[in-house]
Design a protein around this ligand. Sequence first.
Ligand code: NAI
Length: 218
Amino acid sequence: MKDKKVPAAVIQRMPRYYRYLGDLLAKGASRVSSAELSRRMGITASQIRQDLNHFGGFGQQGYGYNVEVLYNEIGKILGQDQDYNVIVIGAGNLGQAVSKYTNFNKRGYKVTALFDSNPALAGTTVAGYPVLDATELGEYLKENPTDIAVLTIPKAGAVETAKVLVEGGVKAIWNFASVDLDLPQDKVVVVNVHLSDSLRVLSYKLRELRGQEDSEEV
Ligand code: NAI
């Protein structure tokens, strides 16, 4: 890798490159020009070159990009060349939806168990995965090294649970609980997910569109 400090905006675009290249690969494309990739993705060709240069380039003058090579390289950059053990904390609506989404499993995120503080849920299964009592979390982590925890519980218990996760060696938390987790950054990475942020961007754009339509009607 050329540069270790890759800007956050570039990292945010990488999964999109990966998806587009995956689609191209599925359609049997073997190469793509940066102009074509740019047109498909709505990003300038120069931006694409700059983005990929952070990782060593991959393109060839006059040829463009080899789709399979670039797909695999970006996959490696995104850590898609390995599997991850995943646990889900909170077996409610959201925790169940995440656990039931089979594409995560196909992409290497292997759910091993769910945990819930509601004793009525302990002992049940979700999509074939066991739901364990939340009090067993610490012990479970000792026996079952876990890479990623998905936090789908209300904010009240999230900070305390996150501590147990870090103590148990979990290195990554996908945090849906609407609370900031103040954790040692050298020990654990956290990605916060706020679906409502995305929805608010949608309603902002809807408002803009309606504003345009209204001014066209005048
Ligand atoms: P839910 O009420 O269906 O499920 C929550 C589950 O967590 C329940 O089964 C409950 O027993 C369990 N739980 C509560 N405290 C726990 C703890 N300390 N340890 C283990 N289990 C615990 O709620 P839902 O709809 O699944 O949402 C879960 C949380 O995620 C909510 O707090 C909600 O605000 C949040 N949320 C966040 C979104 C986002 O985009 N960030 C989107 C939707 C929900």
